[in-house]
Ligand binder design. Structure first.
Ligand SMILES: Cc1cc2nc3c(=O)[nH]c(=O)nc-3n(C[C@H](O)[C@H](O)[C@H](O)COP(=O)(O)O)c2cc1C
Length: 572
């Protein structure tokens, strides 16, 4: 059933495959994708998937990233005369899927572009030329003939406000674009081996979908009204064929857990303006690492009542600077200002969009209203880098921790005293974990560290879900475990237990050298081990990170490891 053709140009290739009756996928394989978006934390590149459905009329579902222009248009022309395409279905307008819409319109001037109302509005700004359009609502159908009756499922915020899914009644394929995707690039068209891709699937969910968990649940509910779904044809990574029920169930379970959170933070951004979308995503990811839910709202398309209601039910608010006065987004900002109250905590970030409203006037207006400023305003003076996204994520975590602190303390106190003391007899060593990935580095003090295997040599570390370094301890990531020396551990311990501001350099004033895996070795540590994360097990509040050990050295063979004796079990 699958016929592969691959073309190579640098490390960009394309793959075409017949995936079902009269249905072809055109996959753009981006093997070495740089890690510039937060959800690209793992090592595996990505793909942009596009589809042709041939009934009596022909539909093209999504296009590709503009870096694939020549390669994509070549394979498209091999498959079909573009002038014969009747419909171009836009699942959402983010440039990695819609980057070649203009090119397709040039080759198929009579094509009708099909999309949600918001998607069509976005496209108008994006393509700057007239085009035929058909705006669809949830449940609308489009009959291509030969049984290919398409049904549209509007799924806003997954992960842009304009998103919709398309279901083909004949093949029972659901085309979902970003939802159910993962950034994973290899030549397998399908999810043949669940275990090789599940870590990437989870990480992508955490970054893009968790901040919209309630929207995920709404989309799943709408999907439930469809007849059977045989295959989920995502826009990124392998198409999901072999484990559809399992993947859907994971989205449901994870989203139910996130949506249950008692506290909510509203994140107001503008999806197509500057870097607002990317920065807000990093902030949202930081918040969701704590036990706080996020709801994201695009200021450009939100109606005032929706803004007001969201502010009303949120304990915290993160808001982007927006294009200067007089615009629709400014009106929405005014609605936010009118609705906040002094018990709320807020954070502001610059969108780096060119003509942003400056941060300070907005900050002062919030100050005048008596709200708590959760983190220093994030000023973005250049194109955001990995360090900017790290800063945003840490700022989001700070806000989440601020809002959930009382509950966390309450939970700690509620342990039975005998049990607490008994548990407190479990002790461990004292270690500093250090990690560097690209230009981003982090560190933390840990004592929940344990050797876990001989062959290969392996150990586990329990890392709280809201630790900054948690993002650098994904499967495939490398780090150093620094073992502290008894009698010589206090100053390092004190240093790394400081409360660091978002984005702060945790190594300032500490002597380090670089390990072979790139992470810092603390010169004053007793020994160090170079490790690579192999798998992660989830508990309610920690990730148990299992890692193999590649190399290590001891600086003083006779010295002892610093030990941490505790009194109670509900603290480290
Ligand atoms: C003695 C001691 C041991 C700790 N062990 C761990 C641990 O094993 N895992 C963990 O996630 N946090 C542990 N912590 C907490 C973190 O070290 C500390 O909260 C962290 O450095 C703060 O970093 P953050 O800014 O990323 O939250 C420990 C704290 C202390 C005082």
């Amino acid at each position: 059933m699958v016929a592969l053709t691959e073309r190579t140009q640098r490390r960009l290739t394309t793959q075409t495959a017949e995936i079902a009756a009269e249905t072809t996928t055109l996959r753009s394989l981006d093997w070495d994708r740089d890690r510039f978006d937060i959800e690209f934390g793992l090592q595996n590149g990505t793909t942009y998937n596009s589809f042709i459905i041939r009934g009596d009329r022909v539909a093209l579902v999504d296009t590709s990233h503009e870096k694939f222009r020549q390669l994509y248009l070549d394979v498209l022309k091999e498959q079909i005369d573009p002038a014969t395409i009747d419909y171009l279905i836009i699942s959402h307008t983010e440039p990695d899927h819609s980057g070649l819409v203009r090119d397709v319109l040039a080759l198929a001037p009579n094509v009708t572009v099909v999309g949600s109302k918001v998607a069509i509005q976005f496209l108008e700004d994006f393509v700057h030329q007239p085009f035929q359009r058909q705006i669809v609502k949830n449940g609308d159908k489009l009959d291509l003939g030969q049984g290919h009756e398409l049904e549209f499922v509007i799924a806003p915020n997954l992960h842009w406000p304009d998103t919709m899914f398309t279901y083909d009644a004949k093949t029972q394929i659901l085309f979902t674009c970003d939802a159910f995707g993962l950034h994973y690039c290899d030549s397998h068209t399908f999810d043949d081996d669940l275990s090789t891709i599940e870590a990437d699937f989870r990480f992508y969910y955490e970054c893009l979908m968790a901040p919209n968990a309630r929207s995920v649940l709404s989309a799943l509910k709408r999907m439930g009204d469809l007849p059977e779904v045989n295959m989920i044809a995502t826009g990124h990574g392998p198409l999901l064929l072999h484990n559809v029920a399992e993947w859907v169930d994971r989205y449901r379970r994870w989203s139910q857990t996130k949506a249950k959170a008692e506290t909510t933070v509203a994140v107001f951004y503008v999806s197509d303006y500057g870097y607002s979308d990317r920065l807000s995503q990093a902030l949202a990811r930081g918040v969701t690492k704590t036990e706080v839910a996020v709801e994201m709202l695009d200021l450009k398309f939100a109606d005032p009542q929706e803004v007001q209601e969201l502010v009303g039910r949120s304990a915290g608010i993160i808001i982007a600077t927006t294009p200067v006065a007089g615009t629709q987004t400014q009106a929405a900002v005014s609605t936010v200002l009118a609705a906040v109250n002094s018990k709320q905590a807020i954070g502001i970030f610059e969108s780096y969009g060119g003509n942003d409203e400056p941060v300070d006037p907005l900050l002062n207006r919030f100050r005048d209203l008596g709200v708590t400023i959760a983190f220093p305003p994030i000023r973005v003076k250049d194109t955001p880098t990995e360090a900017t996204y790290q800063l945003c994520e840490e700022a989001g975590t700070d806000l989440g921790q601020l809002l959930s602190r009382d509950r966390a303390i309450q939970k700690m106190k509620s342990l039975d005293t005998d049990l607490d003391k008994a548990l407190g007899r479990i002790s461990g060593g004292l270690y500093i974990i250090t990690a560097k990935k690209g230009e981003v580095a982090s560190a933390m003090l840990a004592s929940w560290v344990m050797q876990a295997s001989f062959k290969p040599l392996g150990l586990t570390i329990a890392v709280a879900k809201d630790r900054a370094i948690e993002s650098l301890m994904q499967v495939g990531d490398r780090f150093v475990l620094n073992v502290l020396e008894e009698g010589n551990h206090l100053s390092l311990m004190k240093h790394f237990l400081k409360r660091f501001a978002p984005g702060a350099d945790r190594f300032a004033g500490v002597k380090t050298q670089s390990a072979e895996n790139g992470s810092p070795i603390l010169t004053d540590a007793l020994s160090y081990l170079e490790c690579e994360v192999t798998s992660r097990m989830e508990t309610a509040d920690h990730w148990i990170v299992y890692s193999t050990v590649q190399a290590g050295r001891v600086s003083k063979p006779d010295a002892l490891t610093a030990v941490h004796h505790r009194k109670v079990g509900n603290h480290y």
